[in-house]
Write a protein that binds this ligand. Structure first.
Ligand SMILES: NC(=O)c1ccc[n+]([C@@H]2O[C@H](COP(=O)([O-])OP(=O)(O)OC[C@H]3O[C@@H](n4cnc5c(N)ncnc54)[C@H](OP(=O)(O)O)[C@@H]3O)[C@@H](O)[C@H]2O)c1
Length: 283
C-alpha cells in the first residue's frame, strides 16, 4: 500500500488511539487531517505530522454537530483535492448508571459515537467514488459485542456502528471503497479518566498502537473486522459465552458488578416524586 500523498482524515485525533494513528499515517507519508474539539492538542499533533508530511493540518469542532461532521470532509477535499482514508474514531463513553442518564446525554452519545461516523461516511463516499476508491475504518469497541455494566448508551452506539459497518461493506461492494470495523478491548488512553462514575475494571490495558496496527492491517489486507487484542483470555471467554450461553454471561456480569440497592431505592424515590431519568436533585 502506497500511503504517500494520500489524504487521511482521523477523527478523535487529539488524544489516545486517534493521536497515535494520525501520527502513523503522517510517518507513512499521508497528508493528515486530525479532527477533535481541543484545538491546542490538534495544533501539537499537526506540528508533529508536518515533520513527515508538510501539508498535514487539523479541523477543530464538535462532531456531534452534523454540519461540522460534513464540513470536515468538504474542507478536506477543498484543500487537498481528495480523501483516501477515513478513520471514524472519535467517541465519548458516558459510563454511568442508566438511572442517572438524561435523554439529552443519551442522544449526544449517539450523535458523537455513531451518527458522526454516518455523516462523515456519507460525505466521503461521493469523493471516494469519483477518485476510484478509498478505505473507511470505524473504531468501535468490544462493548459492541458484550455490553459492559453502566455503559448502555456507549454499547448501543458501538453496536450500531458495527451493524452500519457490516451493512456498508455489503452496499459498497464493487465500488473499491473498503469498509472495516475494529473492536478494541481495554486500551490505555485518557478515556478511562473521563468517566462520569467510577469504573470497576482494573485489569490490564493495552497500548493504543495495537489498534493502529490493526487499522493498517485492515486497510492493507482488506479485512473487514478485527477484535484487538486478539488473544486476551477474558475477551475470548466473553465472546464464547455471548455466542453460546448469553444468559450465563449476563448473570456473571450482574454478579461481578451488581447495582447497589441504594441506587435503586433513590431512583425509585425520585420516580415517586415524578422525576425523569437523570433528574438527580433530591427536592
Ligand atoms: N481506550 C479504550 O479502552 C477503548 C476501548 C474500546 C474502544 N475504544 C474506542 O477507541 C476510540 C478512541 O478512544 P481513546 O481510547 O483513544 O479515547 P480518548 O483519548 O478519550 O479519545 C477520544 C477522542 O475523541 C474526541 N472526541 C470526543 N468527543 C468529541 C466530539 N464531540 N467531537 C469531536 N471529537 C470528539 C476526543 O477529542 P476532544 O475531547 O478534543 O474532542 C479524543 O480525541 C473511541 O471510539 C473509543 O470508543 C477505546
Amino acid at each position: 500500500m502506497d500511503y504517500a500523498q494520500k489524504v487521511a482524515v482521523v477523527t478523535g485525533a487529539s488524544s489516545g488511539i486517534g493521536y497515535v494513528t494520525a501520527r502513523a499515517f503522517a510517518e507513512r507519508g499521508s497528508i493528515v487531517v486530525g479532527v477533535a474539539r481541543r484545538e491546542g492538542l490538534l495544533q501539537k499533533l499537526a506540528e508533529e505530522c508536518r515533520t513527515h508530511s508538510p501539508a498535514s493540518g487539523y479541523l477543530a469542532g464538535d462532531l456531534g454537530d452534523r454540519e461540522f461532521a460534513e464540513r470536515v470532509i468538504g474542507d478536506t477535499v477543498q484543500r487537498h483535492g481528495r480523501v483516501d482514508f477515513l478513520v471514524n474514531n472519535a467517541a465519548i463513553s458516558k459510563h454511568k448508571q442508566f438511572y442517572h442518564m438524561t435523554a439529552d446525554e443519551a442522544e449526544y452519545v449517539m450523535r458523537v459515537n455513531f451518527l458522526s461516523c454516518v455523516w462523515t461516511t456519507m460525505a466521503a463516499i461521493p469523493h471516494m467514488l469519483r477518485q476510484g476508491g478509498g478505505s473507511i475504518v470505524n473504531i468501535s469497541s468490544f462493548a459492541a459485542k458484550v455490553s459492559p455494566p453502566r455503559e448502555t448508551m456507549y454499547a448501543a452506539s458501538k453496536a450500531a456502528m458495527n451493524a452500519f459497518s457490516e451493512g456498508l461493506w455489503n452496499d459498497l461492494a464493487g465500488s473499491n471503497i473498503h469498509v472495516s470495523v475494529i473492536n478494541p478491548g481495554p486500551i490505555d488512553t485518557e478515556i478511562w479518566l473521563k468517566e462520569d462514575e467510577p469504573v470497576a475494571y482494573h485489569g490490564p490495558k493495552y497500548p493504543p498502537e495495537i489498534v493502529t496496527d490493526a487499522i493498517f492491517e485492515a486497510i492493507e489486507k482488506r479485512r473487514h473486522e478485527f477484535t484487538v487484542p486478539r488473544r486476551n483470555p477474558q475477551l475470548v471467554m466473553a465472546r464464547f459465552l455471548r455466542l453460546f450461553f448469553p444468559s450465563v454471561l449476563r448473570y456473571g456480569i450482574a454478579r461481578m458488578e451488581p447495582v447497589p440497592g441504594e441506587i435503586v431505592d433513590r431512583a425509585r424515590a425520585r420516580a415517586a416524586r415524578g422525576k425523569r431519568l437523570g433528574e438527580l436533585d433530591e427536592g
